[in-house]
Design a protein around this ligand. Structure first.
Ligand SMILES: [Zn+2]
Length: 114
């Protein structure tokens, strides 16, 4: 009996992972087709193809935050693994935009009023 429950449970997890993977693969491809440029590079005046769909606010396993497209942005791999990883680690986004203003909206010189 115990063995049977374990097998069924592992099958359910496998099905879940397969569905999740398929759904994310297609959602990611659709999003990158509609939003092909790296957001961080674009703000710096560079045209670079996005290769990663990044969650602006880390989802930490929250499915609502994970699937909310308002929380998605396209990034190139160097920006995702560099600037974004640093932002999540330190709370600060390093670098300036094409006008020399900080990329970090939380910086006193940044924000939407610039
Ligand atoms: Zn980039």
């Amino acid at each position: 009996m115990f063995k049977r429950i374990t097998l069924n449970a592992s099958r359910q997890y496998a099905d879940h992972d397969r569905d999740y993977g398929w759904r994310w693969k297609h959602a990611r491809a659709r999003y990158l087709a509609a939003h092909p440029l790296c957001v961080y590079c674009a703000r710096q005046g560079f045209i670079v193809l996005a290769t990663v769909v990044d969650h602006i606010e880390p989802h930490k396993g929250d499915p609502v935050l994970f699937w909310n497209e308002d929380n998605w942005q396209g990034l190139c791999t160097p920006c995702h693994d560099g600037a974004k990883a640093e932002l999540e680690r330190t709370g600060r986004l390093r670098g300036c935009d094409a006008n020399g203003l900080p990329l970090d909206d939380a910086h006193p010189w940044g924000g939407e009023d610039r």
